[in-house]
Ligand binder design. Structure first.
Ligand code: S5P
Length: 264
């Protein structure tokens, strides 16, 4: 199916080129799955990519979880991700002043050189986004930022007013591809979508086909309900990599999320 037919108004109204790249990949793979590869070793992540990559649109990493990190080893993750035709998404959750975010995009992990997407908090104001974008400029790469407008963790401080200010910051920046919306609450997601409109994406963690509650305050909702409420990507970690049969699990997440998009 052609991406523009599946995505309708989102295809027409999103401006960031990587949002179209994501929509194109999703239509090819018939999946809205973003895999949260929260594993401590490069070998483990590469294995996951090779086994599941055909059903995954973007690989989400926490690079600072990897034990004994070195860039040469990390290249294996980057290469495997590219060879499976996925976007690479570092969930760094930047939150500092612009200048510091810019330098943090370099440094040991050199995120600017391999990540297509990163997350950022908006708590420090809009300049954090410019810092991130400047770092991508320095290496002549295009990247996109997902701002945390909501969170899935219980007791988080991203209250309604904060969410609205975050959307104002996002609207003002061409680097903001979209927002993180809370998958554990259909009503919060619906509300978020009505405020965001069609011009930005909403990507959603806190979704699981079976678990009701995660560990340490993580909350879950159903991925199909999240997509029907307006979410464009489901970010799934343990629901897939902790499953007894990760391949069947990823297939299930892929087909149910894609079906929900078509229904929407
Ligand atoms: O509010 C949030 C935002 C994010 S990006 N809640 C989250 O859980 N995440 C991330 O999504 C989190 O860092 C983790 O990598 C993933 C959820 O993993 P799961 O194992 O609970 O599916």
């Amino acid at each position: 199916m052609k991406a523009e037919d599946a995505w309708g108004p989102r295809w027409v109204n999103c401006a960031h080129p990587l949002s179209h790249e994501f929509m194109r990949i999703s239509s090819e793979k018939q999946s809205l799955v973003v895999l949260a590869a929260d594993l401590p070793t490069v070998d483990g992540i590469v294995e996951l990519i090779e086994e599941l990559g055909d059903y995954v649109c973007a690989l989400k990493t926490h690079v600072d979880m990897v034990e004994g990190f070195n860039m040469e080893e990390w290249r294996r993750v980057v290469d495997a991700t590219r060879s499976k035709g996925m976007l690479l998404f570092e969930d760094r959750k930047f939150a500092d002043i612009g200048r510091v975010a810019q330098t943090q995009m370099g440094g040991l992990y050199d995120i600017r050189s391999w990540a297509d997407l990163v997350t950022s908090h908006s708590v420090s104001g809009p300049d954090v986004i410019d810092g991130i974008a400047t770092a991508w400029d320095e290496v002549e790469r295009i990247g996109g930022v997902l701002l945390l407008a909501q969170m899935s963790s219980s007791g988080n401080l991203l209250v309604e007013g904060y969410t609205e200010s975050t959307l104002d910051i996002g609207k003002a920046s061409p680097h903001v591809l979209g927002y993180i919306g809370n998958g554990s609450s259909v009503s919060e997601l619906r509300e978020l979508r009505s405020k965001v409109g069609d011009g930005r994406m909403i990507w959603t963690p806190g979704v699981n086909l079976s678990a009701e509650e995660g560990i340490l305050g993580q909350r879950y909702g159903h991925p199909v309900e999240a997509v029907l409420a307006g979410s464009d990507a489901i970010i799934v970690g343990s629901g897939i990599h902790k499953s007894d049969d990760p391949l069947s699990a990823v297939r299930e997440y892929a087909s149910s999320s894609w079906g929900a998009l078509l229904e929407r």
